[in-house]
Design a protein around this ligand. Sequence first.
Ligand SMILES: NC(=O)c1ccc[n+]([C@@H]2O[C@H](COP(=O)([O-])OP(=O)(O)OC[C@H]3O[C@@H](n4cnc5c(N)ncnc54)[C@H](OP(=O)(O)O)[C@@H]3O)[C@@H](O)[C@H]2O)c1
Length: 330
Amino acid sequence: MSFRALILNQGADRKISGAIETLPVDKLPAGDVTVSVEYSTLNYKDGLVLTSGGGLVKTWPHVGGIDFSGTVEASDNSHFAAGDKVVLNGWRVGELHWGGYATKARVKGDWLVKLPASISTKRAMAIGTAGYTAMLCVMALERHGLKPGSGELLVTGAAGGVGSVAVAVLAKLGFTVVAATGRPQEAPYLKALGAASVMERKELTEAPDRPLLSERFAGVVDTVSGVMLAKALAQVKYGGAAAVCGLAGGATFPGSILPFILRGVAMYGIDSVMLPKAPREEAWRRLGTDLPLDRLDSTVSEAGLSEVMSLAPKILRGEIRGRVVVDVSR
Ligand SMILES: NC(=O)c1ccc[n+]([C@@H]2O[C@H](COP(=O)([O-])OP(=O)(O)OC[C@H]3O[C@@H](n4cnc5c(N)ncnc54)[C@H](OP(=O)(O)O)[C@@H]3O)[C@@H](O)[C@H]2O)c1
């Protein structure tokens, strides 16, 4: 028995090369569940792994792909049986453990989530870690107490993977979404996802001249960080909240403490990678009910395993719209 995988290697010059190879199944890493992978996807972190390793990969050769969906082929884990449709996001799969850019993966069953019947394996990867993270952001804002009547919600990096799903879910739930993007040409796309209005990124990229600006947003889903986060926080209304998950604009932000101590604003950090199983299952259950899957379809493009290396630099440059589903069979 063999499987096909995009095998990555790092050369002496530290450059990453990738080639599709056929390997015997005994090359798969240890784990109690073997999955016949059907789809994977492309995330910002995959872009890092495929172009430089991003400091995330410790041993070579490596198989990237931080998430995948497919069908259980063999299981020694009592929670899974052959034939189960499953999804995997994070757990440092695709970084420290071989990931989804292959036709088979072997992992710990504890890392897998059974897919709700309403989500096919292909749609699961259209959602991917990006969509699952977007749902975690939405759930954090809901737990904070934000409701559709609370006021406008800002989504930064709105035309990206996390941003697109956040816009679609929040709009379906009845929130008034302001989608901030550096790609104003994507305004029709963001409105089709349900954004009430589109804000040009440049309105949020000049550092605020005051630590508090006029109160505007009830909440924020931030995928960018940097100046955009600082400027967004300065405009959150009294008692509002920001769910922060990304760093597309840098890992630091020139913010002030004043929104927190004068307006009682809360900031929730979102981690999708090591999140325990129960909230993961809840997020996937909610994606099955609250994400308008048909709207998501217009955000999805498809690629084969052989195209992944050339797409990686594009996601790092912010040139990918919505989600890319990788069909590992081609
Ligand atoms: N915390 C977690 O567990 C977790 C999980 C998944 C992803 N993430 C992080 O979340 C972020 C978004 O991920 P993604 O998959 O949605 O990536 P993505 O598809 O590349 O989207 C990122 C978006 O951010 C905007 N952007 C990119 N570079 C920017 C810059 N220099 N300044 C301002 N805006 C910029 C762009 O949106 P516009 O074109 O609309 O402006 C871009 O489409 C990444 O940093 C990723 O690492 C974190």
